[in-house]
Design a protein around this ligand. Structure first.
Ligand code: ZN
Length: 237
């Protein structure tokens, strides 16, 4: 990594395209790891949730298990950065999800910046989902209605994710977006809810954005003019 370059969030493709059902693109895991060691996303055919932590990529499939990912696997949508936290906060009392979200809100100096957020420790409860592989094209919002969910209690794990300002909603999922991986690296998924009890919150602000625009025929010929806000709200919450 060139240390003279400002940290940036690399997004492989605008999230609009994913919401409209473009589930196959060309960015490989090798190429993704050249842009960062920390992040989240999905895989071609929407085959599970991606979590990138400490430079390792895990695939959290709809069977609830985590898999190693071959370097040639491709993604239609992922966001990564090089994680270098500028602040660390220790939380030693249980928080419900509303309390947890409020705490994160207080830790972000400005909502108009991008942040990478990593949370390690003990969770009294976590609920996740993983999208099931799609071999035909259906809009993301329909797929999300059938996603399997997983519950964890008294679990040690890691949340990897981002805060994205709402004005970037056609590029990246707006608001907080976390994926979860248990410490034994066996389970996880897209976070729907959690109650942390003893965790360390590491934060990094990211002052720039690098957006990939795919060259596939599907992408080049797609109509991406639709306002996808309502679909994204339903699919990602
Ligand atoms: Zn997700």
């Amino acid at each position: 990594m060139n240390t003279h370059v400002k940290p940036s969030l690399y997004v492989t493709a605008p999230v609009n395209a994913l919401v409209e059902g473009i589930y196959q693109e060309d960015v490989t895991m090798t190429e993704l790891l050249e842009q960062g060691d920390f992040g989240i996303g999905t895989f071609n055919h929407l085959d599970g949730e991606m979590i990138v932590v400490d430079g390792h990529i895990y695939q959290l499939r709809a069977d609830g298990l985590a898999y190693a990912v071959p370097p040639t696997t491709r993604t239609p949508f992922a966001c990564v950065t090089y994680f270098k936290p500028y602040s660390v906060e220790e939380i030693t009392q249980p928080l419900d999800y509303a309390g947890f979200s409020a705490l994160l809100d207080r830790l972000l100096p400005s909502k108009n910046m991008l942040y990478a957020i990593r949370i390690d420790g003990r969770f009294d409860y976590a609920r996740t989902r993983s999208v099931p592989r799609q071999d035909s094209v259906r809009p993301l919002v329909e797929v999300a209605r059938e996603q399997p969910e997983f519950e964890f209690t008294e679990v040690d794990g890691c949340l990897v994710g981002f805060w994205t300002p709402h004005f970037l909603q056609s590029v990246v999922v707006p608001g907080y977006h976390f994926h979860f991986l248990t410490d034994d690296k066996q389970h996880g998924g897209h976070l729907l809810e959690c109650r942390p009890s003893q965790v360390r919150i590491s934060l990094q602000h990211i002052p720039s954005l690098k957006l990939g625009l795919p060259l596939t025929l599907d992408y080049l010929t797609a109509d991406l003019a639709r306002d996808i806000h309502a679909d994204l709200e339903e699919a990602e919450k």
